[in-house]
Design a protein around this ligand. Structure first.
Ligand code: ADP
Ligand code: MG
Length: 697
């Protein structure tokens, strides 16, 4: 599922495992955006293990901290008691060493990994800070003139450990939504064997073509076609549509949906890896792995922050000593600077939002394949719509069958028409075949089927070359559909036999109800709308008028759609394209934001940045809104994370010393962790933002 490479370079941000996400966090894979794609439960478990590890180290360190505090001369002084015994300093040293090596281990190991990778980050900062503090205090125990730093060291370690513990829990929460998608597939299925008996099988034993039975209330284990039974299915986790959908014989079902009140027998069309749900999950994972521009910005900022912190940290040490302060005092300031400037919040600011937003979108029927495009949806100034299947239902009911040649009656025209249309996926073809079926027509054999996107189809039927299409096909024989205009705005498809017109069939296609509201909302938000269709002038005008769209163009060929988009872009427009068909693929790829609507052609989905599962034009509005909200959250988080550092670094360095304000390392650590938690909580708020009811841009 590689992205289609696009004209705009910003669309091609594929990360290659650099894992800057956590800015050199040692704990790769803590986040769901780790280098290697996480795989389901294994990843989940690893994550949980790391959380347990931090938790254990925290509690142990905390217990060790108590005697360290009690034994520290400074604390004793402060509390007004004295506990001195033979070798008390060595006990203090031993306990602190334990806390340093056991509690500080994740950070020390992180330092090693970051140095090895050449990507210094927050682990480096923490490790340098605690190591310096520990080494210096140790030297004091063994005779160096100075003050010990032990109780500050152990409390700092405690706070860092608890901070990581909490942070990882919230990251886990963010990836849970995806796990939820994964868990929607049952692990077993009931297969109907040849003799009609039903046997329980493991999900991965299911194969295409198998017949399965699904009981009321059970989850559908694979994509397929109902061949017996009817029921209401709840597909809300897949499409966001909360109302159960009625399905009966001949309807398709998606694995992961929940069966309602009826027993269904289903022929499996896609199981395991080939299932729709699996594709969605892969897509969401891919999207979470790739980096958008905003993400890259955050990563760069975090890297710089590390260098700045190291420089300012050592600079602080030098300055305070130069000012004539104790070494230990200068050291404390340095440690505080390094701790407080950990680019922790910065590292999480964007990934957390991404994890939540991509997953929630997927659950609501918006599949995001290109995150930069998604974040850019806030800039859309014009949306180009395809007509058939996008703004309209693509229902294409046959209205009239009009033979135009002697010797050909309606039934014969329909018969020849179905012969050529039987291999086409177009809504026109489907409508025609439905009609033929209801009339009981047996479809003749056809050879040499050809499809010219935007023009029509042709095939050899019973020795004659039958062609079908709109104005494009008439043009070839120097005719025009204007000869056939009448008051009705119907889609007319003309049929030629060996280059002679033999008649036409007209179709009615209903505008989707949601289209009206969607267009209106877009206009209200100063987004222009343009209709580009391969259909005739009449029909295009009718639809554009009824929807009150800004402009329309009819008889547009696929490459012309793309050219038109390029033209708009040259005029400075930020163009979105919404389309469903093969003929829309080039335009979808050209658009700044390509939106594939519904269960249309796969190729359209593959060139699009975003796929709307529900064929609901209102989802385009939702998408723009959610893109906006997501982007806003990212920026909020970035500002918070960066702003916090900008403010606290000078404080930690001691610029307010003359006003009597100096930050202790442990307080610095608390601030650092608070900022991280705020960023995480802010991202979580997104969850409530997509609830359809409250969507309104
Ligand atoms: P839209 O841009 O509205 O989605 P298309 O580009 O898919 O429309 O189709 C444009 C025109 O091409 C149709 O209006 C029709 O005239 C012709 N056409 C496409 N596919 C077929 C087909 N299978 N049979 C007949 N005509 C077709
Ligand atoms: Mg179309």
């Amino acid at each position: 599922m590689e992205h289609q490479h696009k004209k705009h370079s910003e669309h091609q941000n594929h990360s290659h495992h650099n894992h800057h996400t956590h800015q050199g966090h040692e704990h790769q894979g803590y986040g769901q955006h780790g280098g290697n794609p996480p795989h389901g439960h294994a990843h989940h478990d690893h994550h949980k293990m790391m959380i347990e590890d931090f938790k254990k180290r925290f509690w142990v360190s905390l217990v060790i901290s108590i005697p360290v505090l009690v034994l520290s001369p400074m604390i004793q002084d402060f509390m007004g008691f004295e506990l001195v015994f033979n070798g008390n300093l060595y006990v203090l040293f031993a306990l602190s060493s334990l806390a340093f090596f056991y509690g500080g281990w994740p950070f020390l190991k992180g330092l090693k990994d970051e140095v090895k990778k050449g990507a210094l980050g927050m682990m480096t900062l923490i490790a340098v800070a605690i190591t310096v503090a520990y080494a210096y205090s140790t030297a004091v125990v063994f005779g160096l003139e100075g003050k010990m730093f032990f109780w500050e060291l152990v409390t700092l370690i405690d706070i860092m450990l608890v901070g990581h513990w909490i942070e990882m829990k919230s990251v886990l929460g963010a990836s849970k939504a995806l796990e939820l998608l994964v868990s929607m597939m049952p692990s077993e299925a009931y297969r109907i064997s040849g003799d009609g008996s039903v046997e329980k099988v493991k999900l991965d034993e299911l194969q295409k073509g198998d017949h399965i039975q699904v009981k009321p209330g059970a989850q559908i284990p694979a994509d397929g076609l109902i061949f017996k039974g009817e029921s209401h299915l709840n597909e809300s986790m897949l499409t966001g549509e909360s109302k159960p959908v009625k399905k009966r014989e001949g309807d398709t079902v998606i694995g992961g949906a929940i069966n309602g009140n009826g027993t269904l027998r289903i022929e499996v069309k896609g199981a395991g890896k080939d299932s729709y749900l699996n594709k969605v999950i892969t897509m969401v994972r891919e999207a979470q792995k790739t980096k958008s521009k905003t993400q890259n910005l955050a990563d760069r900022a975090a890297k710089w922050l590390t260098y700045i912190a190291l420089t300012v940290g050592f600079g602080t040490l030098v300055v305070w000593i130069a000012l004539g302060f104790d070494f230990v005092y200068a050291l404390e300031r340095m440690v505080t600077v390094m701790i407080i400037s950990c680019p922790h919040a910065l590292g999480l600011a964007v990934p957390l939002v991404v994890a939540i937003s991509t997953t929630i979108s997927a659950q609501n029927g918006l599949l995001i394949r290109n995150r930069t495009a998604f974040e850019n949806s806030r800039r859309i100034s014009i949306i180009v719509f395809d007509k058939t299947g996008t703004l309209t239902q693509g229902s294409h009911e046959v209205i009239r069958i009009v033979p135009l040649q002697d010797g050909i009656n309606e039934r014969e025209l329909l018969r020849l028409a179905t012969a050529v249309e039987q291999y086409s996926e177009h809504h026109i073809a489907k409508g025609l075949l439905r009609k033929a079926k209801s009339e009981g027509i047996s479809i003749p054999h056809a050879e040499d089927f050809k499809y010219e996107p935007g023009i029509g189809v042709s095939a050899i039927v019973e020795g004659q070359k039958i062609e079908a299409g709109g104005n494009g096909i008439l043009k070839k024989i120097n005719r025009s559909d204007t000869e056939y205009t009448d008051s009705s705005a119907e889609t007319k498809v003309f049929f030629l036999s060996n280059g002679e017109i033999i008649g036409f069939v007209s179709f009615a296609d209903q505008i989707r109800k949601a289209s009206f509201g969607a267009i209106k909302t877009l206009h209200k938000n100063n987004i222009k709308t343009l209709l580009l269709t391969g259909d005739s002038e009449d029909v295009a005008q009718d639809v554009a008028n009824r929807l009150a769209m800004n402009k329309f163009m009819a008889n547009v060929l696929p490459h012309e759609k793309q050219e038109k988009l390029r033209e708009l872009q040259a005029q400075g427009e930020f163009v979105a394209m919404a389309g469903d068909g093969v003929n829309d693929a080039p335009a979808l790829a050209q658009a700044d934001v390509g939106i594939a609507v519904g269960s249309g052609a796969d190729i359209a989905a593959e060139t699009a940045d975003i796929i709307l599962v529900n064929s609901d034009p209102q989802d385009i509005v939702n998408l723009i809104l959610f893109g906006k909200v997501t982007y806003r959250k990212m920026i909020q988080n970035l500002i918070w994370a960066l702003g916090y550092n900008v403010l606290t670094i000078p404080l930690a360095a001691g610029v307010l010393y003359s006003y009597g304000f100096v930050l202790e390392p442990a307080i610095g650590a608390i601030f650092m962790i608070l900022s991280t938690i705020i960023v995480a909580l802010n991202a979580q708020i997104l969850k409530n933002k997509i609830k359809k009811s409250q969507i309104n841009i």
